[in-house]
Write a protein that binds this ligand. Sequence first.
Ligand code: HEM
Ligand SMILES: *[C@@H]1O[C@H](CO)[C@@H](O)[C@H](O)[C@H]1NC(C)=O
Length: 501
Amino acid sequence: MSVFQMYGRWLDIIVILFVFLCAKASIRYVCYWRMMRQQGCQPSCKKAFVRDPFIGLDFAYDRLFQGSPARNLKGSFDMYKRLGATYTVNRLTTQTIYTCDAANIKRLLATSFDDYKLPAVRVCVMGDLLGPGIFTLNGHSWSNARSLLRPALRKERLCGLPNILESHMQSMLRQISFKGSSLDLQPLFFSLTMDIATEFLMGYSTNMLENPDGSAQQFVDDYMVCSTEAARKMTLGPLRFLRSNSAAKQSKTRVFKYIDSYIDECLKRMETRNLAVEHGNLLQELSSAIEDRQMLRDQVLHILLASRDTTASLLSNLFFVLARMPEVYAKLRREIVAAMGDSVPDFSQLRELQYLRWCINESLRLHPVIPSNAREAAQDTVLPVGGGPDGDSPLLVRRGTIVLYHVYSMHRDPAVYGNDVEEFRPERWDGLRPGWAFLPFSGGPRVCIGQQMALMESYYIVVRLVQAFERLEPTDYKPWSELFALATTCENGVHVKMHKA
Ligand code: HEM
Ligand SMILES: *[C@@H]1O[C@H](CO)[C@@H](O)[C@H](O)[C@H]1NC(C)=O
């Protein structure tokens, strides 16, 4: 075979490949075109400016050198105000959709749920940290994990919670009087929710607020290292491979070992004493359905991550504001004292406290703990708005497109909440029914399964603190700003002076 012939054969192959790719692209294009026509889609006219429309180098530059503007809550909100509630970032081959429109978010999370999956970044980063579990799974394995966990968190299963809450609440009150009246509440909330979550999940508390033993302290430190690392990697997105952190890997190994020791103990106790499952902790309940130790550990870690930082962040954000709004605090205190004096509340009493519920809703509106999130289109699909010059025509979402949705900005829609959206005003909840425009716990099939528990826990903790303290005073006057972690909390802590009742 001459060189020329060989060259000719290669040329044939290249030509065939080229024709094949062109045909494939054309077929896909025709499909899009037909879908766009059928659904009345219009291309997006609201586009964010990109310096590099080809491979997205400006994205890389921002992530590596400036911190990401997309992770800055106010910055993102300004983008929506400037460009509209749905806009796109277009590159040569990919489009990313940004939306804070309630109709789009409802379609994304509920009506067209099956058209989407979790983005690869989340599945990789969280899966690497926690193992496979409800937070990283899609499809059947996700619905299996969910139906396994859900029964354990039903309302009627929370009967053991009040006792757990009260004993750790007492530890927190002792810590406050030990520290003196000026303190940062935020780390106390994080310790408190860790103590409560570990006892609820495994039957053993880390007791961070009392005198934690060395292994509990190490566990909590390691857990923090792991979750901070996960948050950093998620921010880096596709560039996360640039980060390698051997300390985080060691922490992860120790976290696993710590949880495993409790799982083993729990399994042993179940064998020998055959404990009544009705009054057990979550681990006991799961272990009757799951045999595999590693799978049990994954479930426990996923629930710990879902429950601890979120609840502590909600409490911190709320008390940050309460300290700065003495009239709101006083009104809340009047309601609580009128209903239960300084006695221990039960869950049915807590549900009756209307102003408290307004305050919690208002905190979750103004400072949502999960302020933004994303899904990836698993197939070609359509969002109801965002296309055309006014942004009110349907928008085509091609398979593989990432849709980022911004709950923080949606919670500031004046059409729903009025013109004073930046104010903390619990009274706005009087008669307000925002529906899909209020999503602190998400919505649709993947709605938070811990909502009841989170609310009862938060109500309880707020009531016990407000009963014990006549008033709060802030000891710094910085405005609220976010600390971006897996859950969003106060960047500068919650420094207050607390005045005993
Ligand atoms: C203030 C506290 C909380 C907030 C604001 C909150 C918020 C959320 C949000 C927004 C999601 C959806 C995430 C997504 O779709 O990507 C979620 C999911 C979840 N939450 Fe919560 N959560 C809180 C507390 C809890 C607690 C206490 C538990 C458990 C005891 C819990 C368990 C879960 C689980 C397991 C999921 C995943 C559900 C699924 O993917 O099917 N959460 N939560
Ligand atoms: C808080 O928000 C939820 C969700 O929209 C709503 O169901 C509830 O009624 C609100 N609570 C109050 C007291 O308005």
